[in-house]
Design a protein. Structure first.
Length: 560
């Protein structure tokens, strides 16, 4: 087995000399903001005090950590009727009205014959819907613009810099459905969404969406994928402010002819700029601060049928070396039509140094990632059991089709993550996407499994897995955290690679057609006190916070 290149974990403490002057970092230590080498200011805090606000707390650490377990709470939370009869195809989590409860935006393909949707009490096709979280469940927001189209991407993110999240729905326009909605941007006006003329091409056959500040000007730009069936011409839009966008595909150095279904964003070489992987054409683009440069990598998959496509993608540090690794899912129709089996693929980041050209090593086989007997278009890297290791969530099914297939991280072997195989693989059942959020504030990420077949329900799977401790971090800067990097260390271990517990970058979208709440979620296992290094995107001065108690959500650089 080939070994990945091992490098010292990139840490703010080592790179920017941002540790406390005595290096102790003991829980409860405080400072008024001491200087280190005259360039970087360090702020530390005791539990419950300092440069962050506690949003909410939960018990955490309920019992022995075990295999993934979920409970269907769809009807209990008021989601069954609003999602009945939908051909669901996209979903995004976010707090649209600032009440502290996560809301849900669901997109649907609503252009088939009306009789397709007349199941389970549905009266016809459903428009895209916004469901507002109340703390006890969800309620349909009747004010959301009623539109019918082929929605294939969603995000809730602040596009005009006014502090609240706006919405974008990407539509897979084909030209065959007269009057179908095109890709739209919606301004958040005191919690109500209003369609704006943002300058997005109405003929774009949009799929998943990337949200990145490409030119580091304080405004979030957009990458909207187009698939190989509708023109294979992904577009990159520069944010001009006031929710106006211009096509900057060429000026940002992005080539024509890039096609894809899903994408992942993150800083792969730790140079401070966000990079982009397009799943479908399987192409990697490195951010330069004013655009992208393409990097040639070996990401090609063997296809087994004419409708086999690589789909979702996600990034996270899977082996605690301080570098973001890459997971890629698939939309291989041959798994259903020809009974083939295909794994999701894991690529370890082997980039040699800060700012170097990213490189990767395929460790799919070495990691124990078995071939799946159905489609797995959406993937996420998220710690389901809060043991401190990100697990692999797929939108394929396990349990004979009853729950999503989660491959649990079992630790490292020779630096390579090892994964257990879920029971009950074999069903053709899969979901289009399964974006995660902590819906019930118990410290465990829940998920919405978005169903394509109108005769079957989309399902809100509440995570009931035995769990370790956790920490959730919001970065309340001008971007609402998009692109920010959060490192978590054992208390007193700031900057020590051996004490690194996790690295996350806050991203607005992930996998296939999914949008995420702008939160970095960390499982901590038995650890109860941690130190944080938080680097807001576009900044070279991290916030160092020591002595943070586990089992809470905190907001750094602002309020909850």
């Amino acid at each position: 087995m080939r070994q990945p290149i091992q490098v010292v974990a990139v840490s703010f403490c080592l790179v920017l000399a941002a540790c406390t002057s005595d290096g102790s970092g003991e829980p409860g230590s405080t400072s008024d903001g001491g200087q280190t080498d005259g360039e970087t200011t360090t702020t530390v805090a005791s539990p419950g005090d300092g440069p962050y606000e506690v949003c909410w707390t939960a018990e955490g650490g309920e019992g022995p950590i075990g295999s993934a377990a979920f409970v269907d709470r769809t009807e209990e939370l008021g989601l069954l009727e609003p999602l009945t009869g939908m051909r669901g195809h996209a979903a995004a989590w976010g707090d649209v009205n600032g009440d502290g409860y996560v809301d849900l935006l669901v997109g649907t393909f609503a252009t088939a014959r009306s009789d397709v949707y007349l199941v389970r009490g549905a009266e016809g096709p459903s428009p895209d819907r916004l469901l507002l979280g109340t703390g006890d469940g969800f309620e349909v927001d009747a004010r959301f613009p009623e539109q019918y189209g082929r929605t294939s991407g969603a995000a809730l993110v602040d596009l005009d810099g006014d502090g609240d999240v706006d919405a974008i729905l990407s539509r897979n326009v084909t030209g065959r459905e007269e009057g179908a909605a095109a890709t739209e941007i919606f301004e958040n006006v005191d919690g109500e969404f209003v369609v704006v003329d943002a300058g997005i091409d109405p003929e774009l056959g949009g799929r998943s969406i990337g949200v990145v500040d490409i030119d580091v000007d304080g405004l979030l730009d957009l990458v909207i994928l187009e698939d190989r069936y509708q023109g294979a011409s992904t577009r990159v839009y520069r944010n001009m402010g006031s929710l106006a966008f211009e096509d900057a595909t060429s000026s940002f150095g992005f080539p024509d002819g890039v096609h894809g279904l899903g994408l992942a964003t993150g800083d792969l070489n730790n140079d401070g700029f966000t990079d982009l992987f397009v799943a479908g054409s399987n192409r990697l683009f490195v951010g330069t601060g004013d655009g992208f440069d393409e990097v040639v990598g070996d990401f090609q998959w063997e296809t087994l049928g004419p409708e086999d496509d690589v789909a979702g993608a996600a990034m996270a540090d899977m082996n605690r070396d301080g570098r973001l690794d890459l997971l890629v899912g698939h939309h291989f129709n041959s798994t259903v039509s020809r009974d083939t089996e295909v794994p999701v693929r894991l690529y370890l980041n082997t980039t040699e140094g800060e700012g170097s050209e990213p490189s990767f090593l395929d460790v799919t086989d070495e990691s124990g990632l078995v071939a799946l007997p159905t489609k797995a278009p959406h993937v996420e890297l998220v710690d389901i059991d809060n043991d401190g290791w990100p697990d692999i969530l797929t939108s394929a099914s396990a349990g004979e089709g009853s729950s999503p297939a989660v491959l649990m991280h079992e630790g490292l072997e020779d630096g390579v993550p090892q994964f257990s195989v879920p029971e009950g693989l074999g069903s053709d059942q899969y979901w289009v996407t399964t974006p995660t959020a902590d819906v019930d504030r118990d410290g465990r990420v829940d998920l919405l499994a978005v169903e394509w077949d109108p005769s079957l329900p989309s399902i809100l799977f509440a995570n009931t897995t035995s769990s370790g401790n956790f920490l959730e971090v919001i970065v309340a800067d001008g971007y609402r955290g998009v692109g920010s990097r959060v490192e978590v260390y054992e208390a007193g271990g700031m900057g020590d690679p051996a004490a690194l517990l996790g690295v996350r970058e806050i991203t607005a979208t992930v996998g296939y057609t999914a949008g995420l709440e702008l939160v970095a979620h960390f499982g901590l296992g038995d650890t109860q006190i941690v130190d944080l290094a938080v680097l807001p995107f576009g900044s070279d001065e991290p916030e160092i916070i020591t002595g943070v108690e586990a089992n809470r959500r905190i907001a750094v650089a602002g309020s909850c």
